[in-house]
Design a binder for this molecule. Structure first.
Ligand SMILES: O=C(O)CCC(=O)C(=O)O
Ligand SMILES: [Fe+2]
Length: 212
């Protein structure tokens, strides 16, 4: 789906204080991949603590990443105050990770992702509130590559100081990369909506420090 106004992959969607690139719809087997991941991954509800209260989400997640050896039992990550098991790479996710790393090379974005947080939003009733992925384990100026599958959803950036907003719609197969100062100065969210009654999966590839 290219239009006259489609951004070039090198365009920065943020006006200042960070870099977000839209690489467009990179994959064409998005429907099959969506169905496969939905069926084959061990989806679990997430725990989120807000103002001291712990909520169980209907959004489902899986943490995946490098493990010291294929035979070891699940490791775990601590994130937002909760410890979560980490699964070894699913072959389809590992394949996507490799493909994304290749696609980022011409943009001079060099990284080897060693983990991926996958989110499953069964419908528009589920979203993700404003947050920055600024955990110390992600290091300075983290590169986070996010691939969307399934329903189109609105993705909003809000600057932490000026409150300026940048909105975009994420379509099935589309890849967006956040880097530079993005996590330091901006929060992002997936807006809840009554208009969407089908599911969406996002694969958010990251490089964690001090990780096997
Ligand atoms: O689902 C998305 O595209 C956003 C996910 C996200 O922000 C995260 O996993 O940190
Ligand atoms: Fe995020």
């Amino acid at each position: 789906m290219s239009t006259l106004f489609a951004p070039a992959p090198t365009d920065n969607l943020l006006p200042y204080d960070g870099i977000v690139n839209d690489l467009g719809r990179l994959i064409t087997d998005d429907k099959a991949l969506y169905q496969q991941l939905l069926a084959e991954l061990p989806w679990q509800s997430d725990k989120v603590t807000l103002f001291g209260k712990t909520h169980i989400t209907t959004r489902q997640i899986v943490w995946m990443g490098d493990t010291p050896s294929a035979s070891t039992q699940a490791l775990s990550y601590t994130y937002s105050g909760h410890t979560r098991p980490i699964e070894p790479w699913h072959p389809a996710v590992f394949h996507v990770k490799h493909m994304i790393e290749q696609q980022l090379q011409p943009l001079k974005i060099c990284t080897q992702f060693n983990s991926c947080l996958l989110n499953y939003y069964p419908s528009g009733e589920e979203g993700m509130g404003y947050h920055a992925d600024d955990e110390p384990e992600l290091g300075y100026q983290p590169i986070i590559a996010s691939l969307s599958l399934g329903a189109t959803r609105k993705f909003v950036f809000k600057h932490k100081k000026t409150q300026d907003k940048v909105e975009l719609y994420l379509e099935s197969g589309q890849l967006v990369v956040m880097r530079g100062d993005t996590q330091q100065y901006w929060k992002h969210s997936i807006t809840k909506t009554k208009k969407v009654d089908t599911g969406r999966i996002s694969l958010t590839f990251r490089h964690m420090l001090n990780h096997p």
